[in-house]
Design a protein around this ligand. Structure first.
Ligand code: G6P
Ligand code: MG
Length: 206
């Protein structure tokens, strides 16, 4: 029986993929390369620095560790400029209804995201108060598909992994949830290894 629900952030509760895309594209273009939607798909659930390393690799550009840090910071400043314009109406359909329902029905709720910007985004969209536990890119060292982020969320909720359900939109995140021994509902198509696939959180309560 499920007692805790763990949400990924980007692509599950908020539609930030387009902002990540614009900011990475700008960086790729400054590097004399380009960046496509198909490549962006492959960065879902992937940490900022690991994403940068893939982009450098696709662009055939070498960079030192300090250059990488500078580039990741530059991308993040552009990303935050875009996030700045985000309001509560950019929350993905069904998110608020589901969060309300879960709290009303006694479920524990956690965030399990790779993003270091997660607390800021939850504040800006007014969703932060629904969460009993936040685990994000600031508190884990191993990226999805490593299960660390979800195992830490379960531990902080004081729940066993088998009573936790994860909502994920990225294959790396689905794999991480499985590796953690949790149930997983996938959002979007083309995800392997989910217990159930839906196209939006709107479908959960209907
Ligand atoms: C999520 C997104 C990724 C992003 C990562 C880190 O997993 O799906 O596209 O790279 O978070 O986000 P951050 O906000 O820390 O750069
Ligand atoms: Mg995601």
């Amino acid at each position: 029986e499920i007692k805790g629900v763990i949400f990924d952030l980007d692509g599950v509760l908020v539609d930030t993929a387009v902002f990540h895309f614009q900011a990475w594209k700008r960086l790729a273009q400054e590097l004399g390369s380009d960046f496509t939607e198909i490549e962006n798909e492959q960065l879902k659930g992937v940490s900022r620095i690991a994403s940068l390393e893939k982009i450098l690799n696709w662009a055939g550009v070498d960079a030192s560790e300090s250059e990488k840090i500078e580039m990741a910071e530059r991308k993040n400043r552009w990303y935050l400029d875009l996030v700045e314009q985000m309001k509560a109406d950019e929350i993905l359909p069904g998110s608020l209804e589901l969060l309300h329902w879960l709290k009303k029905n006694g479920y524990q709720v956690a965030l399990g995201s790779a993003s270091k910007n997660a607390p800021l985004i939850l504040e800006k969209t007014g969703m932060i108060s629904f969460f009993d536990v936040l685990v994000d890119g600031n508190s884990v060292s191993l990226s999805k598909p490593n299960p660390e982020v979800f195992l830490k969320a379960a531990r902080d909720l004081k729940l066993l992994p088998e009573v936790c359900l994860v909502f994920e939109d990225a294959q790396a995140g689905v794999d991480a949830a499985r590796a953690a021994g949790m149930s997983v509902i996938g959002i979007g198509s083309n995800l392997n290894g989910t217990d159930l696939s839906i196209s939006s959180l709107e479908e959960v309560l209907n």
